[in-house]
Design a protein around this ligand. Structure first.
Ligand code: SF4
Length: 71
């Protein structure tokens, strides 16, 4: 799989996140879980080094459309 050459950033809309942790399971390099806020957080530093398809699948799997890719 190709690396991220065109994903610059993943934005998490905190208000939309329902804390299902799907993104964390699918791509733990980029997404982690904030237990105190019970929402996901994005590790933007990992976005450009993690497999592109893995990031995209996590973004697409988000049930509340809280994640947005900036290319
Ligand atoms: S998949 Fe979406 S709703 Fe679920 S934790 Fe991640 S950002 Fe939040």
């Amino acid at each position: 799989m190709s690396k991220n050459s065109n994903i610059k950033k993943v934005v998490l809309e905190k208000a939309k996140c329902i804390g299902c942790a799907t993104c964390v399971v699918l791509c733990p390099e980029v997404f982690s879980f904030n237990d105190s806020e019970t929402i996901a957080v994005v590790n933007d530093k990992a976005v450009e080094t993690t497999d592109c398809e893995k990031v995209r699948s996590a973004v697409q799997a988000c049930p509340s459309e809280a994640l947005l890719i900036k290319e």
